[in-house]
Write a protein that binds this ligand. Structure first.
Ligand code: BEZ
Length: 394
């Protein structure tokens, strides 16, 4: 026998085949499908992204409640793990869920660096994984995997659209400010490509370490840049601080960004955020039956307003439900499971979405402007925008 990695899924498959050859033909698979489905929720429940993790979790739970507490006929047992948005702990935390807790499905996470740790583990184990936020491009480009699906975005998508929108307004020169890690740097690249595609010029990328919130060294450089706009990627607590500091510094250069800059943060940012334009796959004022029902249910459950993170969690659970229903809860039928997930069209609160061949979400990207404390949608910048997905071989 040649040297081969026997992952958990192939081991399980061999035992199913053995059972089929010797004893009851489908009994084992039926018994598995009758067991509760163990779902690991690996998310940040502390630190700068804690609120994002909470809203993703509430979105997942909301869908499950709509389904009467079962997916594909199986009860669901959640195992929650706080990943603290610490990339150095990513692999060991993912291993804990996959190898110690034996989860059937992993939903996670928010931070792109932590996602790389999860990806390494689940690519090897074959565990079905749904990404409800982290946008690092590699996992649906050169490192794509048939067992990994993303219901959020790539860091490239909203930033590219923001660059396009700025160029369309006639802005010729802009810089990008962000944390120095995958989400920040990849969004800068998307912004640059969008700006240049519209005839603008990307001047510079300015960064601070994640999760640093002393932004004065960045803000102090703006006047010398000679730009007509500053774009930015920050999120959670860091975004609240950045927008407040930007306004307090009295900088006249308009601020824009990936929509995370003002998403789920407006209460904390207050008047400092008014007028900021951002690009994202969700926003306020989407008057559809699906979105209205979702927002009402989310508010009733959490007493908070829904945001993009809640939507992404809800859609991760929607996609999982679609897969599990197609195979009646039997995850071992992975061919049918993945086929159902790959070909579905989901009625999301954000609008209609599908999966790209690389398992990333294809979706409309909206231009929003903060108006009276809301991210009001002004227009659709890019319809059904897919990430380039370069280098993916499945
Ligand atoms: C990321 O690390 O990919 C990320 C974190 C927060 C918001 C958006 C993206």
């Amino acid at each position: 026998m040649t040297q081969q990695t026997l992952n958990r899924r192939s081991l399980i498959k061999s035992s199913v085949a053995l059972a089929a050859a010797t004893t009851v033909p489908t009994g084992w698979a039926i018994a598995q499908a009758a067991k509760p489905l163990k779902v690991g929720l690996m998310l940040p429940y502390s630190g700068t992204f804690a609120q994002l993790g909470e809203n993703i979790t509430a979105g997942v739970e909301l869908l499950l409640a709509e389904k009467g507490g079962k997916l594909g006929g199986r009860e669901v047992q959640f195992i929650k793990l706080d990943d603290e948005s610490k990339p150095e702990l990513g692999p060991q935390n993912a291993e804990r869920l996959v190898k110690r807790d034996n989860v059937d499905v992993l939903i996670g996470t928010v931070h792109s660096g932590v996602q790389m740790g999860i990806h390494k583990v689940v690519k090897e184990s074959g565990t079905l994984t749904l990404i409800p936020n982290a946008g690092n491009v590699a996992v649906t480009r050169e490192l794509c995997a048939r067992n990994v699906f993303r219901t959020s975005f790539t860091n490239w998508q909203p930033a590219y659209a923001m660059g396009l929108a700025l160029a369309k307004k006639g802005i010729k020169k802009a810089s990008w400010m962000t944390w120095d890690y995958a989400a920040g740097n990849e969004s800068a690249e998307g912004f640059k490509q969008g700006l240049e595609a519209g005839g603008g010029q990307f001047v510079s990328l300015l960064t601070v370490k994640f999760p640093e919130t002393n932004f004065q060294p960045l803000l102090a450089q703006i006047q010398g840049l000679g730009v007509e706009a500053i774009g930015a990627f920050f999120s959670g607590g860091g975004a609240v601080q950045f927008v407040k500091d930007y306004a307090a510094a009295g900088i006249k250069v308009p601020l824009c960004g990936s929509g995370f800059l003002t998403e789920g943060t407006l209460q904390g940012q207050g008047a400092a955020a008014e007028g900021i334009e951002t690009a994202l796959h969700y926003g306020d004022g989407l008057d559809t039956p699906k979105n209205n029902a979702f927002r009402a249910a989310f508010k009733a459950k959490t007493s908070r307003d829904a945001d993009v993170f809640a939507v992404q969690g809800y859609d991760a659970a929607q996609l999982l439900a679609i897969g599990l229903e197609a195979v009646k809860g039997n995850l071992e039928d992975d061919k049918a499971l993945y086929a159902a997930m790959e070909t579905t069209k989901i009625d999301s609160p954000r609008g209609s979405i599908t999966m790209s061949p690389q398992h990333n979400v294809v979706q409309d990207i909206y231009l929003r402007k903060v108006t009276n404390g809301q991210n009001k949608i002004i227009s659709t910048i890019a319809q059904q925008l897919a990430d380039p997905g370069t280098g993916c071989k499945m």
